[in-house]
Write a protein of this length. Structure first.
Length: 172
């Protein structure tokens, strides 16, 4: 678990990813938090569905390193509810890079939670010797997500077909 002043980030194991897909209420019970149905941004639902398929496969096949292949549930301490998720797309590759993605319940947008969660996960990731850089992608029209990345030191590296690619380097 990772803690910040307002948040707890909990890396979900394989069985918890199954609950995320089939029984969000059951997941809340397993995490000891209050259940609140999520209100996801409709523009990101396809990405979330694809991520769940990846998490189910990866947490089963890489159980020793599941933290790199899973959703970290973002818990708002004040309400003891899940307000979103964040995670890497795997262990660092041969270049020392991994990609990050995140999503916040629409009721909690523009309150700094994604920025805070990303800063915490970046710190966790960069504590791993092999992680040298973190990549991210945002739609060119998602200004809020771009601000989250900029506040965490990400720089634009490319833009094609309406998608901006970002990179944050480990500070040495």
């Amino acid at each position: 678990m990772i803690e910040t002043p307002r948040l707890k980030l909990i890396a979900l194991k394989h069985q918890q990813i199954k609950l995320l897909k089939s029984s969000p209420r059951g997941l809340a019970i397993s995490l000891g938090i209050n259940y609140q149905p999520k209100q996801n941004d409709p523009k990101t639902l396809k990405d979330l569905e694809e991520a769940i398929v990846f998490w189910l496969y990866a947490t089963k096949h890489y159980p020793a390193d599941y933290q790199w292949y899973t959703n970290w549930e973002i818990i708002l301490k004040a309400e003891n509810v899940s307000i979103g998720g964040i995670g890497f797309a795997g262990k660092p590759d041969e270049l020392g890079e991994s990609e990050v993605g995140y999503g916040i319940d629409v009721r909690y947008h523009n309150k700094g939670f994604a920025t805070e969660a990303l800063a915490a996960l970046m710190k966790w990731g960069f504590n791993n010797e092999s992680l040298k850089a973190i990549k991210a992608k945002t739609p060119s029209d998602n200004i809020s997500s771009q601000k989250v990345l900029e506040k965490n030191g990400f720089k634009r590296v490319d833009e094609t077909a309406g998608v901006i690619e970002w990179l944050a380097l480990k500070k040495t």
